[in-house]
Design a protein around this ligand. Structure first.
Ligand code: SF4
Ligand code: SF4
Length: 239
């Protein structure tokens, strides 16, 4: 049952436009998730993670992110990818519910705390537990295929699915995201699931920078850490 249902959901997601699909065992992350989003999340033992790749031609221009045409094009792409991910999450959820299981879609972009820049459930955490990639020094989900140039949504569920295994961190000695950040928001520490995000990331610094951009050019998004990762910039890809 689980395998054929898993395959059916993956096919549905890919036909709707997903580039990445995986299922995660959430048991090891329940304490962290409940602390962030609420105790009710414990009733979901698994999650589906879906990802859509961003367009390289748009991301490659982000070093000029002070220019309105560049950053507004990134915003438009960001919004349309988020919207499609939310649609795929909804369609998967409807199918799962019809099968008699719980489905709780987590949208691609839902911030519940703007100081900490966190949502109900971390889509990146679900994707990493599903084995789609690892959490980089940038705190972004980095995949071998697309680097951090993808966005994610999640469906929490109790449906029987074929869960993946988390991938080892492959950042190595790279520090490109650490060095390019204009406000030095990353410490350069390698991801460790037992440490709080503050060990790696000063969300306050990033948030203040975004607010300043909103005032100056009318757009918060920055994207330099998405742009620079060698795993996304194919020409410099490290294996
Ligand atoms: S989005 Fe920009 S300011 Fe924020 S962490 Fe990434 S590079 Fe730094
Ligand atoms: S830029 Fe380098 S250190 Fe940062 S996430 Fe990518 S591989 Fe890891």
């Amino acid at each position: 049952m689980s395998s054929s249902f898993h395959k059916e959901l993956e096919l549905m997601a890919r036909n709707l436009g997903a580039d990445l699909f995986g299922a995660a065992d959430l048991s090891r992350a329940h304490d962290f998730m409940c602390n962030q989003g609420g105790e009710y999340l414990r009733k979901f033992p698994r999650a589906i993670s879906i990802g859509i790749r961003l367009m390289d031609a748009v991301v490659d221009e982000l070093p000029r992110h002070e220019e309105k045409p560049v950053i507004f094009a990134y915003r438009a792409l960001y919004n349309s990818v988020n919207s499609r991910l939310d649609h795929i999450g909804l369609m998967l959820s409807r199918r799962i519910q019809r099968e008699g299981y719980m489905a709780y879609p987590i949208p691609a972009s839902l911030v519940i705390d703007y100081d900490k820049l966190i949502g109900t459930v971390s889509n990146k955490l679900a994707a990493s537990l599903a084995g789609l990639g690892w959490i980089g020094k940038s705190c972004l989900l980095v995949t071998p295929e697309f680097g951090p140039r993808a966005r994610y949504a999640t469906v929490l569920t109790d449906a029987p699915l074929d869960v993946g295994a988390p991938m080892a961190v492959r950042c190595g000695s790279c520090r490109e995201c650490v060095d390019i950040c204009p406000v030095k928001a990353f410490t350069g520490a390698t991801f460790n699931p037992n440490e709080p995000r503050e060990v790696r990331f000063n969300a306050h610094a990033c948030n203040n920078y975004m607010k300043d951009r909103e005032r100056r050019i009318g757009e918060q998004l920055c994207g330099l850490c998405v742009y620079v990762c060698p795993y996304g910039r194919k020409s410099k890809m490290k294996k």
